[in-house]
Design a protein around this ligand. Structure first.
Ligand code: KIV
Ligand code: ZN
Length: 387
């Protein structure tokens, strides 16, 4: 694996599943895990073993069946969590325990009610305990972005010293901005002994709509694992969306000289499978996988796309597995789009007939928000009857 290999860590089945409207049954989680394996994710976070019997058995069944990705379970930095995670992961071909412990003062004081010294001791003990079960241990200082750099570096150093192999620096509350998030990675790389021997990872929440931008900024600053979810599902406003990160890396490869294992053509099918499984789908204007992501209504845009899709599309729909671009006919559409749709429906009109049809179409579009194929068929039939 080269230094420029970027690992995709998918948390759809953990951070995603724990958010409202996203609960999945064990068979649904297993089916999603197969889809994520086909998509090519490197690490699949299957759940939080100690949180429930259901999550424990879902992780176990995923660990038994899914062979290619590393399977991981989340665990607090506590013995009982680590032991439960290790038990759930027993059947895994490749297993990782993902530990987290808060690092910010606000979390230490009000949530955990422990001192910084206690947090450091707990980190060392938990990482060493997890390493007694698996060679692959990830450590996340929770709320890293609201932690002083000095203390963050101390905690990361303790985790590495105790045997952590991946250090994830989460923007737990979606508070950071790209330049600041990138700077935190540079500080850790420069100041922490051994940071060059571990993989640094991003984990961004979308409270300010910056999760993907922050993730990409950290990749530029040397992160080589990105934690993300399909359709961006996750706590509150969600996690960084896998499909957006992957598409940005492809379209702007000039900015990100990294390679990865994802098969981008599987993105749309995976997104659709998740939509069928949980209780909501992506917003229509959601990048890459939303219903309008490759739809064009404005006449100037439609004309351009019909002549050459690159005029208004920065990637082909097929490159992310979307069946085709969609010309939406409405009051903003031009005659090129109308002619093209009529041809698809089997009508090739003479220029003068097209003029008449186009006038009738714009009148209709002013009255009616959506124009369906049947409206166009009626319109042409009406015109032919009155010729
Ligand atoms: O957002 C977060 O901090 C998390 C950790 C458990 C990694 O999800
Ligand atoms: Zn999270």
């Amino acid at each position: 694996m080269t230094q420029n290999h970027l690992r995709f860590f998918d948390t759809t089945l953990r951070d995603g599943e724990q958010s409202p409207g996203c609960s999945m049954t064990q068979p649904e989680k297993l089916a999603m895990a197969h889809a994520l394996e086909d998509l090519g994710v490197d690490i699949l976070e299957a759940g939080f073993a100690i949180s429930s019997e259901g999550d424990f058995s879902a992780i176990r069944s995923i660990a038994s069946e899914i062979r290619l990705p590393i399977i991981t379970s989340l665990a607090r930095a506590r013995r009982e969590d680590i032991e439960r995670a290790a038990e759930a992961l027993e059947p895994a071909h490749k297993a990782r325990i993902h530990l987290f412990l808060a690092s910010s003062d606000i979390h230490l004081e009000y949530k955990l009610k422990i001192s910084r010294e206690q947090a450091l001791a707990q980190t060392a003990e938990a990482v060493a305990h997890a390493r007694s079960y698996v060679d692959d241990v990830e450590f996340s200082p929770e709320d890293a972005t609201r932690t002083s750099h000095d203390f963050l570096c101390q905690m990361v150093a303790v985790a590495i010293e105790a045997g952590a192999t991946t250090i994830n620096l989460p923007d737990t509350v979606g508070y950071s901005v790209p330049a600041e998030y990138a700077a935190m990675f540079r500080v850790v790389r420069e100041r922490v002994p051994g940071a060059d021997k571990v993989i640094l990872s991003t984990h961004c929440h979308n409270d300010l709509g910056l999760a993907v931008a922050n993730t990409l900024a950290a990749v530029e600053a040397g992160a080589r694992q990105v934690e993300c979810s399909i359709n961006g599902i996750g706590e509150r406003a969600g996690n960084a969306a896998l499909e957006e990160i992957a598409a940005a890396l492809r379209v702007r490869a000039d900015q990100f000289p990294v390679e990865h294992n994802l098969n981008l053509e599987r993105i749309y099918a995976t997104s659709q499978q998740l939509t069928r499984t949980i209780s909501f789908g992506p917003a229509p204007n959601k990048a890459i996988v939303g219903a309008n992501a490759f739809a064009h209504e404005a006449g100037i845009h439609q004309h351009g796309v019909l002549s050459n899709p690159l005029t208004y599309e920065i990637m082909t729909p097929a490159s992310v597995g979307v069946p085709a671009n969609r010309m939406v006919l409405g009051k903003h559409s031009g005659r090129h789009a109308l002619r093209s749709r009529l041809v698809e429906l089997g009508y090739t009109l003479q220029p003068s007939d097209l003029d008449v049809a186009y006038r009738a179409f714009t009148e209709l579009a002013d009255r009616k928000k959506s124009i369906y194929d049947q409206d166009l068929i009626n319109l042409v039939a009406h015109h032919q009857r009155h010729e």
